[in-house]
Design a protein around this ligand. Sequence first.
Ligand code: C2G
Length: 128
Amino acid sequence: MKKVLTYGTFDLLHWGHINLLKRARDLGDFLVVGLSTDEFNEIKQKSAYHSFEHRTIILESIRFVDKVIPENGWDQKVQDIIDHDIDIFVMGDDWKGKFDHLKEYCEVIYLPRTVDISTTKIKKDLCV
Ligand code: C2G
């Protein structure tokens, strides 16, 4: 079984997120998502509308997602790759190059971001 791992906040879920999750899952047979906790979002300086608990419910309902684990910090990725026997680490290419050090442990793939959609854009558009 080829296992894939990705991370994110996935707030105000939109088709850009789904597009990432689908392509990540299609690279293997099992997709693990490291979901940023509310506390880690503070460190990332991101304020999610939905709580970690509710973002977990939403992600776990997606048929491309097989397991959701908490992302508590920047430094857990190597241990997660080992603990979950990960073959491929995937992120959108806004992160290109940032996780190349993980190539020592698994394949690292950056997928093109979906254009014209983001949680920030949704929040801005709704403010009008
Ligand atoms: N994404 C995408 N296209 C978009 C928006 C997001 O492909 N239009 C991808 C991002 O590149 C990322 C994933 O969807 O791979 C989740 O995006 P965010 O929730 O914004 O995650 P981020 O804040 O980038 O957190 O340790 C890694 C961090 O937790 C990543």
